[in-house]
Design a protein around this ligand. Structure first.
Ligand code: ADP
Ligand code: TZD
Length: 582
């Protein structure tokens, strides 16, 4: 047991002692957590030093939100909580956006923040960085805990781990007041107080009658469709999911971060026929995907409804670990509650080898649309407009990802996001990491750092110029740790586009417009990385190829036509239209 501890020996006492600092680190290590993403300062600076001394990897960021995003995506990639460590009050708040985003996206993450002296905070007497962090964190995460005594650290970390990964994964806040770290206790008692969590995310086996109901409904379908969400990617049931798709012969649609569970080039992929299959399908099997805004709430015109509120008449089977997800937007005719691995395995067992394929009118209609749309897209991609646009640039990215299927792809922006998602095929699961459920800007560099650290693979980050700005300072972090990250900025001089004008004609530019022809590549050069200025697909291609080959931190400033793209990308309709035009 003492192997996991590094006791502190006081010169005077014979007894071997440990302290709060070491107990936190020992508890993390005992549970297989060997990397901390964070930003040092009072009261956790020594914790970061000791962590490094104890053999943990400490990745230090320039802003806590980026460290938090790194921890969150590490959680998604590994299926165990990523840890972010921050200082109190402002550092905590900076990390909190990432914690809330992790919770929204069902990524397991633990935000550990140091906090100020409880007595002063609770009496609101004005401490350094005073804030009741626990109360503030609570509504924004799955669970929040505070540890006041060193001998409770083991329980605190165990509870945080379980809360983050069991059931629907999410963010957990762990509040560690400054005074806790220096508390000492007997080393053997400290070691005995730690908990190695057994089976942190227990399987949840679906009820047999729920499986039967789902199979009956699926069998009755004339135009079935499978929808894979990022829960399916997270569940790591890749082989069974592929077997389910292939044995049933049902066309499938991957949500953004589910791309690659089956290769996007799979013949049953209906991604290129999305607007045809959603309104046409009669039975839809959702696997780890919520019927939220990203799926038009399961109703309205996207689904063949007459207006934006009406149902299209589809029947839904939904596999999800969260029972209350069912009926959140439309009726779920066959809810299957359990973990995706167990649910898909149970469906497969029921399907056997004699499952009738869907009517060929359906599958051939889908593949006809698909072939037509892919051919149309190929034509667009082959064009070489001057200046470069999203399509001609993404044609290059598409080739590079195809040639490097193990590379990680991070993606944010509006048009830069939507076009990359639809143009760049993914070949392996959990390689595509993006803005997720909130469509949040600012995940880019945090995700890129964690993707490189956790996978060891080259990372390609496709960034809108606005999106990049939210986390751009982390290029220093990328250089400091010499990570194989190739950032490609699609630079069109502004938020969405760079063409807006100030209606008053004054000296201020329009709110969506940035400095024209900004030289983003020099940011990377400033820290010793490689900067590339690319105005043609050929320059973009050679820059990306060299970045992947050399594994050096690289930033490619890919200059795009500033008129390319649309307001808000594909979600222009969500912008409220002014009722009064002045
Ligand atoms: P997408 O954005 O790709 O459509 P969502 O984030 O909306 O995906 O949905 C993911 C769903 O997957 C959530 O409802 C979550 O509860 C569920 N989920 C996550 N992990 C598992 C799992 N291991 N088993 C079952 N459901 C899961
Ligand atoms: N702030 C945060 C945290 N998230 C957001 N999603 C936004 C603001 C609003 N927003 C979008 O939804 S996309 C976007 C913003 C600011 C940037 C779009 O511009 P871009 O991408 O340069 O990144 P394109 O490719 O030029 O459209």
């Amino acid at each position: 047991m003492s192997a996991v501890l590094s006791p502190v020996t006081t010169p005077t006492a014979e007894a071997r002692l440990t302290d709060g600092f070491h107990l936190v680190l020992d508890a993390l290590k005992l549970n297989g957590i060997h990397t901390i993403y964070g930003l040092p300062g009072i009261p956790i600076t020594d914790l970061t030093r000791m962590a490094q001394a104890e053999g943990l990897r400490v990745i230090s960021f320039r802003h806590e939100q980026n460290a938090g995003n790194a921890a969150a995506i590490a959680g998604f990639m590994n299926g165990k909580p990523g840890v972010c460590l921050t200082v109190s009050a402002p550092g905590f708040l900076n990390g909190l956006t990432a914690l809330a985003n992790a919770t929204t996206n069902c990524f397991p993450m633990i935000l550990i923040s140091g906090s100020s002296e409880r007595e002063i905070v609770d009496l609101q007497q004005g401490d350094y960085e005073e804030m009741d962090q626990l109360a503030i964190a609570k509504p924004l995460c799955k669970a929040a805990f505070r540890v006041l005594h060193a001998d409770d650290i083991g329980v605190g970390i165990a509870r945080a781990i379980r809360a983050a990964v069991s059931g629907r994964p999410g963010g957990v806040y762990l509040d560690l007041p400054a005074k806790l770290f220096a508390q000492t206790m007997d080393a053997a008692a400290g070691a005995a107080s730690l908990i190695q969590v057994v089976d942190p995310a227990p399987r949840q086996i679906p009820a047999p009658d729920a499986i039967q109901r789902a199979l009956d409904l699926l069998k009755s379908a004339k135009k079935p469709l499978i929808l894979l969400g990022k829960g399916a990617a997270y569940a790591r049931a890749d082989d069974d999911i592929r077997a389910l798709v292939e044995r049933t012969g049902i066309p499938y649609l991957p949500m953004s971060m589910a791309k690659g569970i089956l290769p996007d080039t799979h013949e049953q992929s209906a991604a290129a026929a999305r607007s045809y299959v959603l309104p046409e399908a009669d039975v839809v099997l959702l696997i780890g995907a919520r019927l939220n805004w990203l799926l038009s709430h399961g109703k309205g015109k996207t689904w063949g409804g007459k207006d934006h509120k009406s149902w299209g008449g589809q029947k839904f089977i939904q596999i999800d670990i969260s029972p209350t997800e069912m009926d959140s937007n439309v009726r779920i005719d066959a809810p299957v509650v359990g973990d995706i691995g167990s649910c898909v395995a149970a469906l497969l067992a029921g399907i056997g080898s004699q499952w009738p394929k869907p009517p060929s009118e359906w599958t051939s209609a889908v593949s006809e649309r698909r072939t037509k749309n892919i051919a149309k897209m190929a034509e667009t991609l082959a064009k070489d407009p001057k200046p470069m646009n999203f399509h001609s640039a993404l044609n290059v990215v598409r080739d590079i990802v195809k040639a490097n299927p193990d590379a990680m792809l991070v993606n944010e922006g509006a048009n830069a996001l939507d076009f990359t998602r639809s143009i760049v095929d993914m070949y392996k699961p959990r390689k595509r990491l993006d803005v997720g459920t909130w469509g949040v800007m600012g995940i880019g560099m945090g995700f890129a750092v964690a993707a490189a650290v956790e996978s060891g693979q080259p990372v390609i980050a496709i960034e809108g110029d606005s999106a990049f700005g939210f986390s751009g300072m982390e290029v220093e972090t990328i250089c400091r740790y010499n990570l194989p990250v190739c950032v490609v900025i699609f630079n069109n001089n502004g938020v969405y586009r760079g063409t807006d004008v100030n209606p008053k004609g004054g000296p201020d530019v329009a709110p969506t417009v940035f400095v024209k022809d900004a030289r983003y590549e020099k940011l990377m050069e400033a820290f010793g990385g490689v900067g590339v200025y690319a105005t043609t697909p050929a320059e973009l291609r050679s820059g990306m190829e060299e970045a992947i080959r050399s594994r050096r931190p690289t930033l490619i400033n890919a200059v795009i036509d500033e008129t390319a793209g649309t307001e808000s990308g594909r979600i222009t309709s969500l912008n409220p239209a002014a009722a009064l035009k002045k």
